[in-house]
Design a protein around this ligand. Structure first.
Ligand SMILES: [Zn+2]
Length: 452
């Protein structure tokens, strides 16, 4: 059954507290709502107001990943791939702004733009002599990975336009512990909680404070039946859903709405990406990439966590280890992988117990493969199928969702600038490690200068 991806929009009516871990006294907060939290909140509301766990509706919305796959809600709907990078000093899309403090961005912002390093990395692997000698911003500063979600709009030509969202405000709330015997404040017990504020300050005019509500967005994949069930549930709830911690203290209420259907990949898009990437690398074989915008959870045959998608997608060749040569299986050769682990923690509402921790891929994990021309039509079919089903475990929480041959890599492909001061000597290998090392060195130098 094919599921239709839809945009899901949440307007915060109250501050929201999503704990990053299970510690209750001093807990860091997340600036986004994980798919599992959203699923749990809606399941709770369903059981309270709409029905029982055995209902058809409950099974379809919360148990059956072939009918409904939830997703996380973030400030932007588009999670860039792990190869996205931006200036270390002035990060963000040029023309738009991101401010680390969450304060109003200045109108004359000098963001130096976003670059995607995938094609540069592939070129460095294949033809080190043609690869750019140093990967630097146009201002000469190193580039840093760029992880913040982006907003997207469709352009007239059908492509995507990207913009940086306003950064939400995060606040820390403190409250004292209450002694059960006397119902008064307990000595030396203080709780702190990080929340996401429901208002964002906008810089309408200098000197005048203007605010707009914090809006988080994400993707949900639904069958026709599940869409109707969710719509009637949201109507019943008047679109109000309570999520996160401290709901009894006036936190966590949001208005949830289903939005526009989102586009699904086509063979034309896969062909376009493959041709342009192959042209860039002066190769003849087809190329595709797999990006996991929500992260993914893979287990190998011995049930160990792995960051290789081949564990969940049987027709893919395994990613080689550092000392191995890539292996070609059915005309497919792995080229590149960039995936780090993140720990998934959670609380099982129904059991009232902590969930066991899982090691999943970080959102934005990306893998690139090369395909022999004879096999390309075959592989295209499998890729479209993969985009429809996703891969790995916990897919009903949004994990394992796949974006294939992301046009982001072409739109923001890194263009080396003219020789910039501080660049590496010619013919030096350029890869992520090199970029990171140079970042560290500059940091050390800066520290030394300060000491003097
Ligand atoms: Zn720069």
């Amino acid at each position: 059954m094919t599921l239709q991806p839809l945009e899901l929009k949440a307007t915060l009516l109250e501050p929201v507290a999503i704990r990053a871990n299970r510690q209750s006294t001093r807990s860091e907060g997340l600036a986004w709502i994980p798919g599992s939290t959203l699923l749990g909140a809606l399941a709770h509301a369903y059981l309270r107001w709409a029905g029982a766990p055995d209902d058809d509706g409950f099974q379809i919305l919360f148990q059956d990943e072939n009918h409904c796959r939830w997703g996380s809600l973030r400030t932007g709907i588009y999670q860039p791939p792990a190869t996205a990078a931006s200036c270390k000093r002035f990060p963000g899309i040029s023309g738009a702004t991101t401010s680390k403090s969450g304060a109003t961005p200045p109108a004359d912002s000098e963001a130096h733009g976003i670059h995607d390093l995938l094609l540069a990395e592939l070129l460095a692997l294949r033809k080190p002599e043609d690869a750019p000698t140093a990967i630097l911003c146009r201002c000469g500063e190193p580039l840093k990975p760029y992880r913040s979600p982006l907003l997207t709009t469709s352009s007239k030509k059908g492509g995507l336009q990207f913009a940086a969202p306003a950064q939400p405000v995060r606040r820390t709330r403190l409250h004292v512990g209450i002694l059960r015997t006397t119902s008064t404040a307990a000595k030396q017990i203080l709780f702190s909680e990080e929340t996401l504020d429901c208002w964002i300050k906008t810089g309408a005019e200098p000197g005048i404070d203007a605010y707009e509500p914090t809006i988080l967005s994400g993707t949900i994949e639904l069958s026709d039946h599940a869409r109707k069930t969710l719509k009637s549930l949201l109507d019943l709830l008047d679109s109000r859903v309570d999520v996160g911690a401290s709901r009894s203290r006036g936190l966590g209420s949001l208005e949830l709405k289903m939005g526009q259907p989102l586009p699904t990949p086509s063979t034309t898009q896969l062909d376009r990406f493959s041709n342009q990437a192959a042209h860039h690398l002066s190769g003849t074989d087809s190329i595709f990439t797999l990006t996991f915008p929500e992260g993914a959870l893979f287990l190998d045959p011995l049930l160990r966590f792995t960051n290789d998608p081949a564990a969940a997608i049987p027709w893919l060749p395994p990613m080689p280890r550092e000392d191995q040569k890539p292996e070609t299986v059915d005309g497919i050769t792995p080229l590149y992988g960039n995936a780090e682990f993140t720990r998934l923690r959670g609380w099982h509402g129904a059991h009232g117990l902590p969930r066991s921790d899982d090691l999943a891929l970080e959102p934005g994990a990306i893998f690139a493969y090369e395909v022999h021309q004879d096999q390309w039509p075959n592989v295209q079919e499998r890729l479209l199928q993969l985009a429809a089903t996703g891969a790995g475990l916990r897919r009903n929480e949004g994990l394992g969702r796949v974006r294939i041959s992301d046009p982001f890599h072409l739109k923001f492909a890194y263009q080396p600038t003219a020789q910039t001061p501080g660049s590496h000597p010619p013919n030096a290998p350029t890869n992520h490690l090199k970029t990171k090392r140079s970042t560290k060195n500059t940091r050390k130098k800066k520290k030394k200068k300060r000491k003097r």
